[in-house]
Design a protein around this ligand. Structure first.
Ligand code: TNX
Length: 479
């Protein structure tokens, strides 16, 4: 980034967005929808304008998400190879505008963008956040809001944890009781909920508008009480357990020797694949303490093959690296640096898998900030803002080549989060830090200067109504 001499650009009532081609136009329309409510300007999108979005085949060295942004008094130009790159560039423009640009009602100008030239591209291709909609259910609008905020920090994956012991959250037409019975509760005994296929498709579409790909997770073979409670025949003994609203883990397992288990998974992964434009599905695989170890090793390759047969690559928690993995699998590391889990990450890479880093003592957004945090957990330790930012995905587990690291993901488990406002409080301000770790080079960033930039986000979050935690570690700017 280079600050340029010369006056700032200013958005005015005569401003217009110039875009050619369907993708640039689509991104232009998105930008116009952001700018119109707060500025009160018409901001037409057409062939010409003082804000130009241009897809160009010549910017190949910045990858699919890279972009170049130039702002001068006479206009702003964003150029990229892809629509995705244009969207990331538009996001930078958004961040260069005053925080009041986020308002939903007209605010007085001016609307300056300092003269600047930015050439940008991400360090990692996978920059995600996981939302656990199983332990507590969140509505379509709540998930959309979570997406909107994640997009502001250039995240590009939303991993939805759609099933667990406490709730099954998506309609599967061939096994309807999964949603109607398995989705009828949540932690604490509330009435839970589930997404119809139309609702789920709406979430996927909303994410795609922000160039975020949804990675659906159906957790197997453990974390399956909601499914086992819905269909007695899935159980080895033929008896359905009751629904579960507690928070213990590791007590449920699919019946590994039963052929029906694999028909079930074929149907479920088939229907979920049909709702998934992305190339990856997550089969869970974590904490399968109720599955005999030798059966676990037999199960994972079978389940993985089902995912492959439905046309998707396999993603799973690091435990799956004990088993044989198909090509192009992704293993999600959630350990805290102990030798046993580090060994599993290395075993994954030795099999040719890539690793997404979600170390629980850094990237688990449900860990408490400090002893006074009113909800959240602390089994992986307290995770204050500085600790969640101050790590490098490439060196977190010794012995992994950087080329094997697909990226990072911040996971938000919801056992203790019965309202989206509480989820937001745990994610902000830590999620933007994980997003930056995924985007920016390791060199040139560090807590002392990040702290200042993070503090600058407060006025924007106030306008957006974000229920963020005002950590005493951060010099928050007053509105
Ligand atoms: C561990 S991490 C789990 C989840 C819990 C989480 C709570 C992982 C793959 N499994 O089932 O929700 O801890 O922090």
């Amino acid at each position: 980034m280079a600050a340029l001499d010369g006056p700032a650009f200013e958005l005015t009532e005569r401003s217009a967005i110039g875009a050619s081609g369907p993708e640039a136009t689509q991104v232009g329309e998105w930008l116009a929808r952001l700018l119109r409510p707060s500025t009160g300007y018409a901001i037409p999108v057409g062939r010409h304008g003082d804000v130009v979005l241009e897809r160009t085949g010549s910017l190949t060295d910045l990858g699919t998400e890279g972009y170049r942004l130039d702002a001068r008094a006479d206009g702003v130009t964003i150029r990229a190879l892809t629509g995705e790159g244009l969207f990331r560039g538009v996001t930078t423009l958004r961040q260069l505008l005053p925080p009041k640009v986020e308002a939903t009602t007209p605010k007085p100008g001016p609307w300056p963008v300092d003269a600047v030239s930015v050439t940008d591209q991400p360090r990692f291709g996978y920059r995600g956040t996981m939302l656990d909609v199983s332990r507590h259910f969140f509505s379509v609008d709540e998930v959309k809001r979570y997406i909107d905020l994640a997009a502001l920090y250039k995240l590009n994956r939303l991993h939805l944890h759609l099933s667990d012991d406490q709730g099954w959250r998506i309609v599967i037409d061939s096994w309807p009781r999964l949603a109607t019975h398995g989705g009828s509760t949540e932690v604490g005994g509330g009435s839970g909920g589930y997404y119809t296929k139309e609702q789920y498709a709406e979430i996927v579409r909303h994410a795609a508008e922000h160039y975020i790909t949804v990675v659906p997770e159906i957790d197997t073979p453990g974390h399956t009480n909601a499914a086992l409670a819905s269909y007695a025949e899935l159980n080895c003994d033929g008896n359905a357990p009751p629904l579960y609203a507690g928070t213990e883990v590791g007590f449920s397992s699919l019946c590994i020797p039963k052929p029906l288990t694999y028909d079930f998974l074929g149907d479920v992964f088939g229907e979920v694949a049909g709702l998934t434009p992305g190339d990856t599905m997550h089969l869970g695989g974590d904490e399968a303490q109720a599955t005999p170890p030798e059966q676990y090793l037999e199960f994972v390759p079978k389940a993985a093959q089902i995912v492959r047969d439905r046309g998707k690559h396999v993603m799973g928690w690091h435990e799956i690296a004990q088993a044989e993995l198909p090509p192009r699998s992704t293993v999600q590391y959630w350990g805290t640096g102990d030798e046993r889990t580090a060994e599993l990450a290395r075993a994954a890479v030795a099999q040719g898998a890539s690793v997404v880093m979600s170390p629980a003592n850094r990237a688990y957004l449900d860990m408490k900030y400090d002893d006074d945090t009113p909800y959240g957990q602390s089994w992986a330790g307290l995770v204050p803002v500085e600790l969640s930012y101050d790590w490098d995905p490439a060196t977190q587990v010794p012995g992994l080549p950087e080329s094997a690291i697909a990226g990072v993901e911040a996971a938000l488990w919801s056992e203790t989060l019965d309202e989206i406002a509480k989820a937001e409080h745990m994610a902000y301000p830590r999620l933007p830090g994980i997003a930056e770790i995924g985007w920016s080079p390791a060199t040139g960033r560090g807590w002392p200067e990040y702290q200042q930039r993070l503090g600058d986000q407060a006025p924007r979050w106030d306008v957006l109504g974000v229920n963020f935690y005002r950590s005493p570690q951060v010099p928050w700017v007053d509105p």
